[in-house]
Design a protein around this ligand. Structure first.
Ligand SMILES: [Zn+2]
Length: 469
């Protein structure tokens, strides 16, 4: 019998990793599905440091659903430890990996340098990064990209097909046909399923046949607010900010959320509803990703692009004429002189670093400023402290009073909500076995109960659990 072992993103949302062992004619083949980074806190750091060990020499192939680091961020470490086989992904994922893994290595190098300076002074042992830029380059050279819908033959008689998951550029649902006990078993891994009502991405494809399904459950306990309401809420915050004469700060994730926000700003602009005359995209990484989304626009939702094209008479330079992309530190610092009337989009998405905290220094203590939170804020981050109502925060060694008005707009999610997950799960015809992954334990229990009402029985696997296919 072939098996699958749950090695990560079990009862949590990061560190995706599943090991598939294909059994046939007295030998076996090992495939790794996902190779994600654990994120958030000391435990995560420790989990990331655990060596892959002998698996590195035994692996035949890696299959990747999409480029987010919690799914891909340990690939360069696997390669640094010696893995030289193929990494199968879509073209969009390959292109995003280049930007994201390079950035990850760069940030890691800077953090380690800073930490090691302190360690040297205090005669402590120096730290090693998980990987460096050379490992990233090597990783990218091992990526093999495939279009959606095309069967790919892997060792051990396994067939792979990617389907559009509608989550971020290149994101895929992974379908694997695996020989097991003399039969062909079909395993479907949802990857991260997109929110069908969000802009730019297509709807997640439905799949109808499977023996076994691994389904994500990030938002398994709730439905998102309808998009129209969210856009109206966003528009009215921008309008009030303009009337008050303050700047609008939007901390945003570089991949997906930034492009979505720019889309909505563009639509508002062409409707004559955007009063601000300056929109800054102040994040070199988000600029790179935005340019990639533009180059790869054929893969995006044609209906959404039609809206943009119509508004701007087909001239892409006119999508958002008030947009300024600031790459250099000098350009970024020049924004500090603008006291009001601008919208500033910058990373990090959870305000735990990046250029956004510099903008905090100049804007957060002004009551006319609006801070618009459009993404998830994990526990322990500055963003979370602000959302939870902190009156003071500490950034860049400085105490700041939070006098700006803070608006949390929850409707811009890149993940399917509960009803959408149940709808996707309900499309399978022959009652496959369901396993919920990539979700917090409480959320998973709520989704499990909701699925049961639709006659779908789902299990919640634990770390290290191994199942037969
Ligand atoms: Zn994702």
């Amino acid at each position: 019998m072939s098996t699958l072992t749950f090695q990560g993103a079990v009862k949590e949302v990061t560190g995706s990793r599943y090991l598939i062992e294909v059994d046939g004619n007295g030998r076996s083949w090992k495939l790794l599905l996902e190779c994600g980074l654990h994120q958030g806190g000391v435990d995560a750091d420790r989990a990331n440091e655990v060596p892959f060990g002998k698996l590195v020499g035994e692996l035949e192939a890696v299959v990747l659903s999409h480029g987010h680091l919690d799914h891909s961020g340990l690939l360069p470490k696997l390669v640094r430890e010696g893995y030289r086989g193929p990494i199968h992904c879509t073209r969009g994922t390959r292109d995003l990996l280049e930007i994201m893994l390079q950035d990850a290595a760069f940030v890691m190098a800077k953090d380690i340098e800073w930490e090691n300076k302190w360690r040297k002074r205090n005669a402590k042992p120096l730290l090693e990064p998980l990987y460096e830029i050379d490992d990233v380059e090597q990783t990218l050279s091992q990526c093999v990209s495939h279009p959606y819908g095309q069967p790919v033959h892997l060792p051990g008689g396994v067939t792979l097909v990617f389907r559009d998951a509608g989550h971020i550029l290149g994101s895929a649902i992974v379908e694997l046909t695996i020989p097991s006990g003399g039969q062909q078993k079909r395993l479907v891994f949802s990857g991260d399923l997109g929110n069908p009502s969000s802009v730019l991405m297509k709807e997640p494809e439905k799949v109808f046949d499977a023996d076994l399904v691994l389904m994500e459950s990030t938002y398994g306990d709730r439905d998102h607010r309808p998009l129209e309401e969210t856009i109206e809420e966003f528009a009215s915050v921008l309008e009030e900010a303009h009337a008050d004469g303050g700047n609008v700060l939007i901390p945003a994730f570089a991949v997906g959320r930034t492009q979505e926000i720019l889309y909505h700003l563009s639509v508002l602009y062409h409707q004559g509803r955007l009063r601000q005359q300056l929109v800054f995209l102040d994040s070199p990484m988000a600029i790179k990703v935005t340019e990639l989304y533009h180059r790869a626009r054929k893969a995006l939702d044609p209906e959404d692009l039609k809206v943009l094209n119509k508004a701007s008479s087909g001239d892409t330079a006119q999508y958002l004429p008030v947009l300024r992309m600031t790459r250099t530190v000098e350009e970024s610092m020049a924004i500090n002189r603008i006291r009001g009337g601008a919208i500033i989009i910058a990373g990090a998405g959870m305000c735990n670093g990046g250029r956004i905290v510099h903008h905090f220094r100049y804007n957060l203590e002004a009551s006319a400023t609006r801070l618009v939170i459009v993404g998830f804020q994990a526990g322990g981050t500055i963003g979370r402290q602000i959302v939870d109502g902190a009156e003071r925060i500490r950034v860049l060694g400085q105490d700041l009073a939070v006098k700006a008005r803070v608006h949390t707009i929850g409707g811009f999610s890149a993940h399917a909500g509960q009803s959408q997950l149940i709808g996707w799960a309900g499309a399978f015809r022959n009652h496959p076995r369901f396993f919920l992954v990539h979700g917090e334990p409480e959320t998973q229990k709520v989704l499990q109960a909701a699925l049961a009402e639709s006659d779908i029985e789902a299990q919640i696997p634990g770390y290290g659990d191994r199942i037969e296919l």
